[in-house]
Design a protein around this ligand. Structure first.
Ligand SMILES: NC(=O)c1ccc[n+]([C@@H]2O[C@H](COP(=O)([O-])OP(=O)(O)OC[C@H]3O[C@@H](n4cnc5c(N)ncnc54)[C@H](OP(=O)(O)O)[C@@H]3O)[C@@H](O)[C@H]2O)c1
Length: 303
């Protein structure tokens, strides 16, 4: 049974989930993780479907999703299906469990990606911008966000907040873990000409936005989970290289990534969008890492 004011976190064992669950525990919340692997304070997706929400669930968060950037996995139809269903089906299943619950949580916080905005070198996107269905990731984001919709009755009691996250920067996983060695060896550099935007957020800020969404009574709807100062891929490479005291001059040609990862998947790195967190800021959220230089210094252990 969950303790008073407990948060249920789907995918809480992952890169973002681990940092979020630690932050929630340090704020005094009980945390129950929904995972495919058994363990203490964990429940399975099947348990949740059959038994419903644990007692005293204050909020439900979903961070589950097959890792898109697992480069050991080929971009096959089967892998794409996993990428899709691990996000859309888990979110849908949590929405229906909330719909069925007698005691509603106060918030259902889900994640989506900035891949819903069409890559563009000039256009500025905010939460009000129109999203299209132009490729695999934009369609995924649309269905993922729709999967979080609650019935009218649930919606009266439970706020739904969807955070469209940029690339999450943290030491323990994601892009930084993959780039650390090449940059350390002086082999880092921009992707292609580096002019494409790279929407990014420091992991601490992303987990704080999730907590802000749980705790702030009037926060509802879409929030862009990106830093307030956008940067290009070139600016990120320079900032990370500087923080590591290494040159970051060796460009990685886009065609190499297209060949290695498949063009459809590589688009997340070879192209980008300028995304502004207008609503996130207007809800009163304060960032700890607003610019890429301070974030990179923190990531390599400086201040
Ligand atoms: N990291 C980023 O840069 C980034 C950027 C934008 C959006 N996001 C989104 O944010 C969420 C969290 O990201 P993350 O980097 O923390 O991901 P992660 O480290 O890959 O962890 C996600 C969790 O999802 C669960 N999972 C993996 N494959 C699954 C499957 N096939 N079916 C059901 N559950 C599965 C795993 O939990 P168990 O093994 O315990 O079941 C895993 O711990 C993801 O949905 C991701 O798409 C991340």
């Amino acid at each position: 049974m969950a303790s008073a004011s407990s948060i249920l976190v789907g995918g809480g064992t992952g890169f973002v989930g681990t940092t979020l669950c630690n932050a929630l525990r340090s704020k005094g919340y009980g945390v129950t993780i929904i995972s495919r692997m058994p363990g203490p304070h964990r429940v399975s997706w099947c348990d949740i479907q059959t038994k419903g929400l644990p007692k005293n669930t204050k909020a439900v968060v979903n961070l589950a999703g097959q890792n898109v950037m697992d480069f050991t996995r080929r971009w096959t139809a089967g892998f794409k299906q996993n990428v899709y269903s691990s996000r859309v089906n888990t979110t849908k299943s949590l929405a229906s469990i909330i719909d069925e619950a007698n005691e509603k949580p106060t918030a259902f916080v889900t994640i989506s990606g900035v891949g819903c905005y069409k890559p563009d070198k000039q256009k500025e996107y905010t939460e009000e911008s129109v999203c299209g269905e132009f490729d695999f990731f934009s369609k995924l984001c649309k269905d993922w966000e729709e999967a979080a919709h609650l019935s009218d009755l649930s919606n009266r009691y439970c706020r739904v907040v969807t955070i469209r996250s940029g690339v999450v920067l943290g030491r323990e996983g994601g892009m930084i873990k993959q780039l650390h060695l090449p940059f350390y060896l002086g082999l880092g550099g921009p992707v292609g000409n580096g002019e494409q935007y790279m929407p990014w957020i420091h992991i601490e800020d992303l987990t704080n936005i999730i907590i802000h969404a749980i705790e702030t009574p009037n926060v509802e709807g879409i929030l862009n989970g990106v830093a307030p100062k956008p940067c290009t891929n070139m600016e990120f490479s320079k900032a990370f290289g500087n923080a590591m005291r290494r040159p970051a001059l060796l460009p990685l040609p886009s065609f190499v990534l297209n060949m290695l990862l498949n063009k459809e998947r590589a688009v997340m790195i070879t192209e980008g969008q300028k995304v502004i967190p207008k609503r996130t800021i207007s809800t009163g959220f304060n960032y700890k890492y607003g610019d890429i230089q301070s974030a990179c210094r923190a990531l390599v252990g400086g201040n």
